[in-house]
Design a binder for this molecule. Structure first.
Ligand SMILES: Cc1cc2nc3c(=O)[nH]c(=O)nc-3n(C[C@H](O)[C@H](O)[C@H](O)COP(=O)(O)O)c2cc1C
Length: 361
C-alpha cells in the first residue's frame, strides 16, 4: 500500500470464511479476479497478540486489495492486535460481529457482540487508535430477540459514533441458541429490505450487503441500493463467477483505486499458475492437498467437473503438481479453454418519463 495514495475499495468482495478464505484460496481466486476485494478468515485477537504472527498474518502481494478480519471481545486486546498487525500491508481491519458459532459465543465474540453495541463502539475506537487503516465492522441485521429494524438502527447508531469506515451487513438475524453456524447461514429469513432501508436512513454511511448473493447479476441489483456487495459461499463453490468481476467493476466505475487485473483468461491458465504455486509450497513443506482443496469448484457446471473434483479429493500425495498436469491433458479442451464470463450489461439510465414510479407508503 502506497501511503501517498488514498486507497478506495472496490465495491465487490469475497467474504471472510474460516477454513476457506486462507492465503492459498486467496492466491487461487486472484488468478480469476485481480480487483475483487478479499478478506482473510477471522483471526482471533488473542492469537495475534500471543501467537506466531508471521504464520497468521503473512500473505502474498498478489492477494491485495485485502482486509484482515479479527475476532475478539476484549477492548485492550483488540487494540493490541491491531497495533501488532500494523506492519502488514492490509488495506483494512475488519471486526467480526456476525459469527454465531458456540466456540465464538463462549468467548463472548462474534454475533453475541451485537447485544453490546456500546462495547463494540469501544472496540472500534481502540482499533482505530492503533492503525492508520480503515476499521470496519461486519455484523448481522439482528440477533435473538433483538430482531426488529429498530434494534439494527440502534446498533448502527451507537457504533457509528466510533467512526468505522463501513458496515457490512449480513441480511439475516443470528439465533444464538439452537442453530448451528451452518443453519444460521440458511434458516433465518433473508431481509435485504432492512439493509436497503439502513442505507436510506443513513445515506452518509458506507453500507455493504451480504447474504446468499450468488451471481454478478444479483450483485448488480443490490448495488443500485447499497455501496458494496459481499459474496461468500458462491465465491468458494463457483469461483469462476468472478471471471467477469474486473470488467463488471470497471464498466460501472466502482473498481475504486484498484487497477489490478486477473492473470488468467481461462481455467487452463489458472491451473498452470497453481502448478508453480504448489511446487513452491511443496518445497517449503506444505502438502498440496492444503491448496488444491480450495480449487474443487473451478469447473462447476462444466463437462469434466466430476473428474476434476474426484481427482483432487481423497488421499492425495504431498506433491499435487503432477495431478494438475494430468488434468490439463484429461479434462475436455472446451472446459479448459472456455473464456472469462461476460459481465451483466450496464443498464442505461432510464429517461424520466420511463422511470418506475416510487413505491407508495
Ligand atoms: C465456511 C464458512 C466460514 C465462515 N467464516 C466466517 C468468518 O471467519 N468471519 C465472518 O465474519 N464470517 C464468516 N462466515 C460468514 C460469511 O462471511 C458470510 O457472511 C455468510 O456465508 C453469508 O454470505 P453467503 O450467503 O454469500 O455465503 C463464514 C461462512 C462460511 C460458509
Amino acid at each position: 500500500m502506497n501511503p501517498d495514495i488514498t486507497f478506495i475499495r472496490p465495491a465487490l468482495s469475497v467474504a471472510p470464511m474460516m477454513d476457506c478464505s486462507d492465503r492459498h484460496y486467496r492466491y487461487f481466486i486472484r488468478g480469476i479476479t485481480g480487483c475483487t476485494y478479499l478478506y482473510t478468515e477471522m483471526v482471533s485477537t488473542a492469537a495475534i497478540v500471543h501467537g506466531d504472527r508471521r504464520w497468521l498474518l503473512d500473505f502474498d502481494r498478489c492477494e491485495a486489495p485485502l482486509a484482515l478480519q479479527i475476532g475478539g471481545s476484549d477492548i485492550d486486546e483488540a487494540g493490541e492486535a491491531v497495533a501488532a498487525a500494523e506492519p502488514w500491508p492490509y488495506d483494512e481491519i475488519n471486526l467480526n460481529v456476525g459469527c454465531p458459532s458456540d466456540r465464538v459465543q463462549e468467548r463472548g465474540l462474534g454475533a453475541c457482540l451485537m447485544l453490546r453495541p456500546e462495547h463494540v463502539a469501544r472496540m472500534v475506537e481502540a482499533m482505530r487508535a492503533n492503525t492508520a487503516k480503515p476499521v470496519t465492522v461486519k455484523h448481522r441485521i439482528g440477533v435473538d430477540e433483538l430482531d426488529r429494524y429498530e434494534d439494527l438502527v440502534r446498533f448502527v447508531s451507537v457504533v457509528r459514533e466510533a467512526g468505522p469506515a463501513r458496515f457490512t451487513v449480513h441480511a439475516r438475524i443470528a439465533w444464538l441458541e439452537g442453530l448451528s453456524p451452518k443453519e444460521n447461514r440458511n434458516i433465518p429469513p433473508l431481509r435485504y429490505g432492512d439493509v436497503y432501508r439502513l442505507k436510506r436512513d443513513f445515506p452518509e454511511l458506507d453500507i455493504e450487503i451480504n447474504g446468499h448473493i450468488t451471481s454478478l447479476a444479483d450483485a448488480d441489483e443490490h448495488l443500485r441500493r447499497v455501496n458494496a456487495v459481499m459474496i461468500g459461499r458462491a465465491a468458494y463453490d463457483t469461483p469462476w463467477i468472478f471471471s467477469a468481476a474486473d470488467q463488471f467493476l470497471d464498466d460501472r466505475g466502482i473498481a475504486g483505486s484498484c487497477g489490478a487485473r486477473a492473470m488468467c483468461n481461462c481455467r487452463a491458465v489458472v491451473i498452470e499458475r497453481m502448478i508453480s504455486y504448489l511446487q513452491r509450497w511443496y518445497r517449503a513443506g506444505t502438502p498440496g492437498r492444503k491448496i488444491v482443496r480450495h480449487m474443487l469448484g473451478l469447473f462447476a457446471g462444466l463437462p469434466g467437473a466430476r473428474h476434476w473434483r474426484r481427482s483432487l479429493s481423497g488421499r492425495l500425495p504431498d506433491d499435487c503438481a503432477p495431478i494438475l498436469r494430468r488434468m490439463l491433458e484429461e479434462l475436455p479442451y472446451e472446459s479448459l479453454t472456455e473464456p472469462a464470463d461476460d459481465p451483466p450489461p450496464v443498464e442505461a439510465p432510464k429517461r424520466a418519463d420511463e422511470a418506475t414510479p416510487a413505491p407508495q407508503g
